[in-house]
Design a protein around this ligand. Structure first.
Ligand code: 1GP
Length: 232
């Protein structure tokens, strides 16, 4: 398996650059609008993520195909469920929901995904996924039936991230949930980044340039923004 997209991310970070992923939810996306949508994005976007927590659709493949038709940006799947794994993408964030204690999202969905993965050429990037309390019930918490970690428990969050890294995660993703009222706090980002030697992704509730820059300053290597690009 190629590791070129992960290596490119490492190189980018080593060069002192920051990455920005726009998250596209296939449930809310019309493939015929792919070209206009991509043209509306700022030049600072480095990655496209495709996925969502509600799995009510078969639109993931059509969404990925439409985006790939008009964009050369690396397209990473960010699936809420194994059924969202589709071959038309460059890489897959192979998520394990480390903040929860639901075995289905720690390892069950991963086992169910293997048949699809064996039939694809996706670059698989092991990702420790940590859901934090964003001030409102998130779709991730609802769908996975897990409780997010309170943002005040910084030590627990750092230990959870390190447990992921020690188990072999290549990325850690701090998630406040799509549409979060309270994004991941800069203190948490700084503490987790200081403990890790792998890239740190941060998303959920980041809507403005100022919030994005604050996350970068705190130590995020890649910021994920979804809602902001849906509404603007
Ligand atoms: C959700 O972190 C992403 O998984 C993006 O969240 O939609 O709030 O930008 P937003």
């Amino acid at each position: 398996m190629s590791h070129k997209h992960y290596q490119a991310l490492l190189t980018c970070i080593a060069d002192g650059q920051k990455c920005l992923a726009v998250l596209v939810d296939p449930d809310k996306f019309h493939p015929e609008q792919a070209s206009a949508f991509l043209n509306s994005l700022p030049e600072t976007v480095t990655h496209i993520f495709v996925g969502g927590s509600s799995v009510t659709n078969g639109h993931t493949e059509a969404t990925a195909q439409a985006l790939k038709q008009y964009s050369d940006l690396p397209l990473f799947l960010f699936p809420g469920d194994h059924s969202q794994i589709t071959p038309t993408a460059d890489a897959l964030l192979f998520l394990s929901l480390l903040s929860g204690r639901n075995a289905e999202y720690l390892v069950g969905q991963q086992v169910k995904s293997i048949a699809r993965l064996k039939a694809s050429n996706l670059e698989i990037i092991s990702t420790g996924y940590i859901l934090l309390d964003g001030g409102t019930q998130s779709a991730v918490a609802r769908v996975t039936d897990t409780v997010p970690l309170p943002q005040k428990n910084i030590e627990t969050i750092v230990h959870t991230a390190l447990a992921g890294a020690y188990m072999g995660a290549k990325l850690i993703y701090l998630e406040a949930g799509s549409g979060a009222k309270i994004p991941v706090s800069p203190d948490i980002i700084t503490a987790v980044k200081a403990a890790l030697d792998i890239p740190l992704l941060v998303g959920g509730g980041i809507r403005t340039e100022a919030q994005k820059q604050e996350a970068y300053r705190a130590g995020a290597d890649l910021v994920v923004m979804g809602t902001a690009f849906e509404t603007n």
